[in-house]
Design a protein around this ligand. Sequence first.
Ligand SMILES: Nc1nc2c(ncn2[C@@H]2O[C@H](COP(=O)(O)OP(=O)(O)OP(=O)(O)O)[C@@H](O)[C@H]2O)c(=O)[nH]1
Ligand SMILES: [Mg+2]
Ligand SMILES: [Zn+2]
Length: 336
Amino acid sequence: MTDPDGGLRRWGYGDHVAGSAEAGAQVGRVVQVDRGECDVVTAEGMVRAGSDSVRAQSEVAPVTGDWVQVTHQDDLALIGRVLPRRTALTRRDPAERDAEQVLAANFDIAGIVAGLDRPLPPGRFERMLVMARDSGASIVILLTKADRAADAAAAASMVRAVAGDVGVLTLSVRSGAGVAELRSRLGPGRTLALVGASGSGKSSLVNALAGAEVAATAEVRASDRRGRHTTIARRLVLLPGDGGMVLDTPGVRALGLTDAQEALSRVFSDIEERSRGCRFADCAHGSEPDCAVTAAVEVGEMDARRVERFLALREEIEQQRIREERRTRSGSRGRR
Ligand SMILES: Nc1nc2c(ncn2[C@@H]2O[C@H](COP(=O)(O)OP(=O)(O)OP(=O)(O)O)[C@@H](O)[C@H]2O)c(=O)[nH]1
Ligand SMILES: [Mg+2]
Ligand SMILES: [Zn+2]
């Protein structure tokens, strides 16, 4: 494998990029996207490249973290092909219900961020866990603001109850707790993508990992601890000392699930396992006879609310699958 520049390796350049790029093409990684233009890091340095206006609607639009081929026309740099994504965080497009929106690409770890200064509804974790599972990356739950928690250990154990085999890390950028541990999971060429509500402390974590104020942060509202949507663009930040990268994202309001049936089964593997004991293979765990899931709830071996949340997410995914199918049949593309 030839690396056009040892420098790109720090940005995660490797076999999968070299192997999927066309021979002789200039490749780069999208660091930020705004208003139809991208900042792309290439072996020749940072390039500002146009994307939207000149590209056909049907082409894959570049997102932060993408590896792309850059072409040049006169003085203009343009995004050519978006190389196949290793991982991608996808949600239902809030503007176009039946379309998918890719939030970030090619990260190794999806970090689900939640602040311990606020209540932690389990349903929100489950939803984010499904999204993160569906991305194909490994996952870590990052509980921030440990210094603000009344009982950080109790909150963490509640989260562990829904996290399954996903690791939970408690951190504070004030005391520095957990930051070194998180840093140790990164390393050269590895990317951590942060997702979570506005005000949960994602950009603060970026700064803590970078050891410098590279991202803007803002106080949450005193009344309800909600964030102010401070970060407006998804951005890939290179950490010092070849320490990998962190992909900061704006806090998202809506996290509609896409066709993520398999990810759902994995996040709710406890329910899936139980359901093997149901009489009917397609049991809806409602009023069916001989339902092993409702039986487990009745004897207190399973949380009724978790089962309800599972059924609601399953229904949401099924509805989305139907909409996507309809859309595909009508000729337009599913992924953008
Ligand atoms: N006490 C304490 N405050 C923190 C910690 N981490 C973040 N904060 C504060 O929480 C507020 C929100 O942090 P941000 O990093 O801006 O949150 P964000 O997730 O990037 O928010 P958006 O960009 O709006 O999505 C800021 O006032 C931070 O100083 C922490 O570990 N302890
Ligand atoms: Mg932010
Ligand atoms: Zn059942």
